[in-house]
Ligand binder design. Structure first.
Ligand SMILES: [Zn+2]
Length: 304
């Protein structure tokens, strides 16, 4: 016993101490530009590389903190449908993938919805976490999207969504594909009720997400250099057998070709979208004030 406490235990302790000193290395991170960046510098710059300006991916909560006024927001609870309706299994069970993704992200699904203010305008905001099975869009994401739209309609406030996804979740097959039409119908309802719907494309936005709600915004913003595509570049190149431009499927290329309205750096998204909302909402207010006059005019016409 003495031998264990005197020799083995300190030995084990020293091993752990050596390991913890190694965590100093974790203070540094790398970027696509191959520069070594102090992690704190990257965090304080809203995860935009201070050397090359690349916008690194954000988690949903980080996104809400960078976007809402004074980092203040409140999460909206959304329905969670039954897990794994098709008993799907590839190299791993889908349920195991879900378990791992939930542990990693601390959320039930890739989508989170929150409410708060942007330049003092009440808004509902949705975001996707790419770490959750590639931000893929399944039944739970669809439910969350629709719950967000419903909240926007009920309170007559704008709906803003940050896309970041590889597309529909293959583990849910046709159920995931159905979410494309469900979300498109939800956007249609927003438009019928004159509720502004704004999409912000972040890197990457591809597959079924770019082919449904992400392309249906009244305004489509994008963060610089985000990939915005349906099929991958290699698939297209092999099909059309032509060399594609270097910036093909980048936000800048899509803006040149009319698929994106505005490219805005992360630090200016709150102010630019806030300014746009001020214009849109004041116009809507003015219209609402004018409407009673219109009905009066019509009644007068009917009398005469
Ligand atoms: Zn960089």
């Amino acid at each position: 016993m003495n031998w264990i406490t005197k020799f083995i235990k300190p030995k084990i302790k020293s091993l752990f101490e050596k390991k913890s000193s190694k965590t100093e290395e974790n203070l540094w991170t790398t970027c696509g530009c191959k520069n070594l960046i102090y992690k704190e510098d990257l965090e304080s710059n809203q995860k935009v590389c201070p050397k090359c300006g690349v916008h690194h991916k954000l988690t949903c909560r980080e996104r809400f903190k960078t976007f809402f006024d004074n980092k203040q927001f409140e999460l909206i609870e959304t329905p969670l449908p039954k897990d794994d309706p098709l008993n799907f299994e590839d190299k791993k069970k889908y349920t195991d993938r879900l378990k791992a993704a939930r542990k990693l992200t601390g959320q039930d699904d890739a989508v989170l919805i929150a409410k708060g203010k942007v330049q003092n305008n009440n808004v509902v905001v949705g975001a996707q976490d790419f770490r959750f099975i590639g931000g893929s869009f399944g039944a739970a994401s669809g439910e969350a999207f629709i719950a967000g739209a419903q909240h926007a309609i009920d309170n007559n406030i704008p709906y803003i969504f940050f896309s970041c996804s590889g597309g529909q979740r293959m583990h849910e097959s046709s159920i995931a594909l159905m979410q494309m039409s469900r979300t498109a119908l939800a956007v249609h309802e927003l438009k019928k009720k004159n509720v502004p719907f704004i999409v912000v494309i972040t890197d990457p936005t591809t597959g079924g997400v770019s082919a449904s709600w992400a392309s249906l915004g009244d305004f489509i913003f994008a963060e610089p250099k985000s990939v915005y595509a349906f099929a991958g570049r290699r698939v297209i190149q092999d099909t059309v057998r032509e060399t594609l431009p270097e910036n093909f499927q980048s936000a800048e290329y899509c803006k040149e070709h009319g698929a994106i309205d505005l490219i805005v750096e992360r630090q200016y998204l709150n102010s630019s979208i806030g300014t746009l909302l001020n214009v849109l909402l004041k116009k809507a207010e003015a219209q609402a004030k004018q409407e009673p006059n219109v009905t009066v005019d019509k009644s007068l016409q009917a009398v005469s």
